[in-house]
Write a protein that binds this ligand. Structure first.
Ligand code: PXL
Length: 323
């Protein structure tokens, strides 16, 4: 116990030194972002990291109603055996697709929380990023990744920007532009089709997408520096496709039969499963299959129960199947 305490305080001291050094190095932030493959070698994992359950920082909003973001990530990561450490970006009554919502932006809380986590020398096996409510939050996320990423950290970016060809009401043009800066940091990037278009400035259209159009979107995202990419929610007659890509390899289309209408929050369910699997070191393609099958089951049950569209998918009774 005593030994652990000593180790802990030595780590905290080191972390504190590093945070002071970082403050002095203001020019660092102006440098080009490291790509996913240019991992930081300066941040060392905690000495007890191998003995504890895997731990993931989840930077996302907390919406009281609507089954999205943290209310989805927390149970899914937990049931899959990964500790979920929320860094909330905003607190909302209901997600932004409801006709009414309150939103309390939490940008001013994020840096102090990050400081405390670093001073206490916590390390993360995963960093997952979702809904951001201000441009400043993108800078904070970049700083978070710079401080906490080690060679062994999986960084999963879900660029939550819009759906059905339209940006979400809180995602301004400026914020969309800023979120693009996160692409090179992603070991795994999980845009839907709308977000893939917004990130690459390609036009979105309704209906069928040719394989050539999809491969162009995929290549543009890989060229921007993402390690692995899955473009979700690609429409096929009677099915939904997810295009998985990785540098130097031909993209693979995985299709799953449609079980009902798409709903808010399914992207969050998807990215949470992919996040937990990445942190656990599980195969990416298998994880994408697992996530889309899980969502299909949830949508089917949600429709049977006639749950309103905006309330997302009732995943609760199926959580155990992710164990
Ligand atoms: O599921 C994406 C999402 C996350 N968070 C908030 C949202 C949405 C989509 O509408 O409004 C607050």
């Amino acid at each position: 116990m005593e030994q652990q305490k000593k180790t802990g305080s030595a780590e905290a001291e080191n972390a504190e030194k590093e945070s002071v050094e970082k403050e002095g190095a203001g020019a660092e932030s102006a440098k080009k972002e490291k790509t996913a493959t240019e991992r930081s070698e300066t941040n060392q994992p905690e000495t007890d990291a191998p003995r504890r359950p895997k731990r993931c920082a989840v930077i996302n909003d907390l919406s009281g109603i609507g089954r999205c973001s943290l209310t989805v990530s927390m149970p899914i990561l937990s049931v899959m055996g990964v500790q979920c450490c929320p860094l909330p970006t905003a607190f909302l009554s209901t997600h932004t697709a409801f006709p009414l919502f309150t939103i309390k932006d939490l940008t001013d809380q994020m840096e102090p929380v990050m400081e405390v986590w670093q001073k206490l020398a916590f390390s993360f096996d995963g960093i997952s990023v979702g809904f951001l409510s201000s441009e400043k939050q993108v800078e904070i996320v970049l700083d978070f990744i710079r401080r906490f990423r080690t060679r062994d950290t999986a960084v999963i970016i879900d660029p939550v920007m819009g759906d059905d060809g339209k940006p979400y009401v809180t995602c301004t043009k400026e914020l969309q532009k800023k979120i693009r800066r996160l692409v090179p940091c992603a070991d795994i990037l999980t845009p839907n089709l709308t977000e893939a278009c917004l990130l690459t400035e390609n036009p979105w259209h309704a209906g069928r997408w040719s394989r050539k159009e999809l491969d162009t979107l995929m290549q543009a995202l890989l060229d921007e520096g993402a390690g692995k990419v899955v473009i979700t929610g690609i429409p096929f007659p009677g099915a939904i496709g997810n295009l998985c890509g990785e540098r130097g390899e031909s993209p693979v289309m995985l299709r799953n039969k449609i079980s009902g209408h798409s709903r808010p929050g399914t992207g969050d369910v998807f990215s949470s499963i992919v996040t937990a699997d990445a942190v656990l070191g599980n195969d990416f393609t298998l994880s994408v299959r697992k996530a889309s099958r899980f969502i299909r089951r949830c949508i089917r049950r949600t429709e049977e129960e006639q749950i309103p569209q905006n309330e997302g998918v009732c995943f609760e009774e199926f959580l155990k199947s992710l164990k």
